[in-house]
Ligand binder design. Structure first.
Ligand SMILES: [Zn+2]
Length: 364
């Protein structure tokens, strides 16, 4: 990539989130005691993992090495993750990326068990996934025209979106790496969900490709953009939803996951896609939602402007529990979850297909 040459190596800014606090308390007479009790083993582990990251990292998007390295615990396992924020484009990514074979094994067998504690979706998960799929479909349909007939949902999960898309007349299929979930979709809904990943997208085989909470899991999102560009026909649409690293309404305890290799904001997401796609619609409230149109010819990537990067980094630094509870209205979440659980209980004892049919597809 041309951008790889435009910035020098070695401008690392090694910054542990606990470092300033450690320096502050080191002037206090109780420093040693506080350091051992409060910061002790966790901080030391984080700093060790930062050093590892320093040896092996450059920005996936712009190839810069002007990075701020930091560590956070995995929201699920609490293991320390080594991360980096690019000071030149504001992309956040894990500093050490697993290889393809490792990821294939993990997503085909273990991911769902780790994150959903199940090898097939339970009724309440079908209900939840179905409701989300219906919202996504309602949001997507206004962007389709008479030439958009075929849809491929990459990372199709239990097949809820594929099933609902078929119900509204689209020729929908899905690709899902997990064996249990893809088989579940075929058996329960009789839909075309193949066991596999983005490599299963044949050239010019779809008018619309959807990637819902998938891109942040892929080891090479730039390559994924090129693959989808090939997989779409002329005028085809790519619809992406990812967590937004700058969203106020994400609990600080629920942002960083071992399975999330990249953490996007609107500027880094649009820059990532810019060589192959032009933006049609961007919704930047909570999760990021973008609709992109396939370019007829690949162009040079468009990087975020310096002012956008500075603002993004400023907002990233402002994020914390206070902004989550106030700006993000995090205090409302427990009540929302309670209502959601009550709603999901209505799915008990129903077949997956019946659960989806009861969601009110006619509203589409
Ligand atoms: Zn970068």
């Amino acid at each position: 990539m041309a951008a790889a040459d435009r910035r020098p190596w070695g401008e690392h800014d090694l910054k542990c989130p606990y470092r300033n606090k450690l320096l502050q308390i080191s002037f206090c007479p109780w420093a040693f005691v506080v350091r051992v009790i409060w910061a002790g083993p966790v901080s030391l582990k984080m700093r060790r993992s930062n050093r590892r990251g320093l040896m092996m990292y450059r920005c996936h998007l712009c190839a810069s090495t002007h990075l701020r390295l930091f560590s956070q615990p995995d929201a699920k396992s609490r293991q320390v993750l080594s991360l980096a924020l690019c000071r030149d484009c504001s992309l956040v990514q894990q500093s050490s990326l697993p290889d393809q074979a490792e990821l294939h094994e993990y997503y085909s067998r273990n991911y769902r068990q780790d994150y959903k504690q199940s090898v097939v979706p339970t009724p309440y998960r079908v209900h939840r996934a179905g409701r989300v799929a219906l919202e996504r479909l309602n949001r997507l349909l206004p962007h389709l025209n008479a030439h958009h007939h075929t849809l491929c949902d990459v990372g199709a999960g239990g097949g809820e979106l594929v099933y609902l898309a078929c119900q509204v007349g689209l020729q929908a299929r899905g690709l899902e790496p997990h064996e249990g979930y893809s088989e579940f979709a075929r058996k329960q809904y009789d839909v075309a969900v193949e066991t596999g990943g983005i490599d299963g997208l044949s050239p010019a085989s779809a008018d619309v490709v959807t990637l819902f909470h998938v891109l942040e899991h892929l080891p090479d999102p730039l390559q994924a953009m090129a693959q989808i560009h090939q997989g779409l026909g002329p005028g085809g649409l790519l619809v992406i939803e990812v967590p937004n690293i700058l969203q106020w309404d994400a609990s600080p305890a629920n942002i960083y996951f071992g399975a999330h290799l990249f953490y996007f904001n609107r500027h880094t997401l649009l820059a990532l896609a810019s060589a192959h796609f032009e933006p049609v619609s961007v919704v930047d409230e909570g999760n990021l939602w973008v609709v992109l149109r396939r370019r007829d010819h690949v162009v040079a990537p468009q990087w975020p402007r310096a002012s956008e990067v500075n603002l993004a980094i400023e907002r990233f630094d402002q994020k914390g529990w206070w902004s989550y509870l106030t700006r993000g209205q995090g205090w409302r979440k427990p009540w929302k979850r309670l209502r959601q659980r009550q709603d999901e209980k209505t799915a008990a004892g129903l077949t997956p297909q019946r659960i989806l049919d009861r969601l009110g597809l006619n509203r589409c």
